[in-house]
Design a protein around this ligand. Sequence first.
Ligand code: FES
Length: 87
Amino acid sequence: MQEQNVRICKGPGCKAWSSDQIARELLEIGEALDLEQLKVCRVPCMKVCGGGASFRVNAKSAIIKLKEVDDVLNVLGIREGAVTCQA
Ligand code: FES
């Protein structure tokens, strides 16, 4: 996996779409899979509020709207089944 700089909006509109939870889960998945190339950064409002949490991979890519963390995994090409829950 190439280095991926993931930016997730922390503005109020995106928090309403669970951007905090999505960012937290993405960090946990990155740690569980030992993905050192995955950098998660919270950023202020990206000025495209509504319809999901705003998310961007690397600086020049398009902004994507997320509704759950699985959307991020699909965008980054991380297989959903690769993560197991250890309680
Ligand atoms: S609050 Fe996230 S784009 Fe505006």
